[in-house]
Design a protein. Structure first.
Length: 213
């Protein structure tokens, strides 16, 4: 089961929460879904310098709340909140929202960037693009994750690693990684690295301990 299902999807409603929380009629469902995808794509690209790890979206009647989990909130907020104001104007324009009060942006600080599977995968992928050795990258990333307080971690890189003619799969694991238990708080992310030889996939699992069910 551990290799056949998404670790976060497996734990939804038990130890993990939905990244989009709203309810609507059938006619508006596809519109809201497409809008959520657009918001995430825009913010993940625009807020990359802030160390953004995830975006959560909540909707109520005529109200949209966007929760941003970033490792450097000071960069996002800016001096006197100027960065947050500029971001709000950008989203209002992109989403064609006329009333400013209908959009709320809530920045949240990630306690440790090294415990965010997305940020770890992104860091490894960016260095793979610079053609750094895969094994060294995995060892360094693993050390950072375990020092940050993780109970276990696993990193898998697959593709034409280092420009090899034949694609292969390399992995590194340390600590405990119980993918079959719902009690385990597992963070997972997959990130593609576009190298000169083609795409190389990076997957990261981080075990943050146990949660009460």
């Amino acid at each position: 089961m551990g290799q056949k299902i998404h670790p976060i999807g497996f734990r939804l409603g038990v130890g993990a929460s939905w990244q989009s929380r709203w309810f609507t009629t059938d006619s508006k469902y596809r519109i809201f879904l497409a809008e959520d995808i657009k918001i995430r794509e825009l913010l993940m690209k625009k807020l990359r310098p802030t160390g953004i790890g995830s975006v959560e979206i909540e909707r109520s009647i005529n109200k949209l709340k966007v929760i941003l989990f970033v490792s450097r909130p000071g960069v996002l907020i800016g001096r006197g909140g100027a960065g947050l104001t500029e971001l709000k104007k950008f989203l209002l324009k992109e989403l064609n929202i006329k009333e400013e009060n209908n959009l709320e942006i809530a920045p949240m600080e990630l306690k440790s960037a090294d415990l965010s599977a997305y940020l770890v995968a992104q860091s490894v992928a960016e260095q793979l693009i610079k053609r750094l050795p895969a094994q060294r990258l995995m060892n360094q990333a693993m050390d950072r994750v375990m020092r940050a307080g993780a109970k276990g971690a696993r990193i898998v890189i697959s593709g034409r690693i280092g420009g090899a003619e034949i694609a292969r799969r390399e992995w590194k694991a340390q600590g405990n990684m119980p993918l079959h238990t719902l009690r385990a708080n597992i963070d997972f992310a997959a990130y593609p690295a576009l190298t000169k030889s083609g795409f190389v996939g990076v997957k990261v699992w981080i075990n943050k301990g146990e949660v009460e069910i």
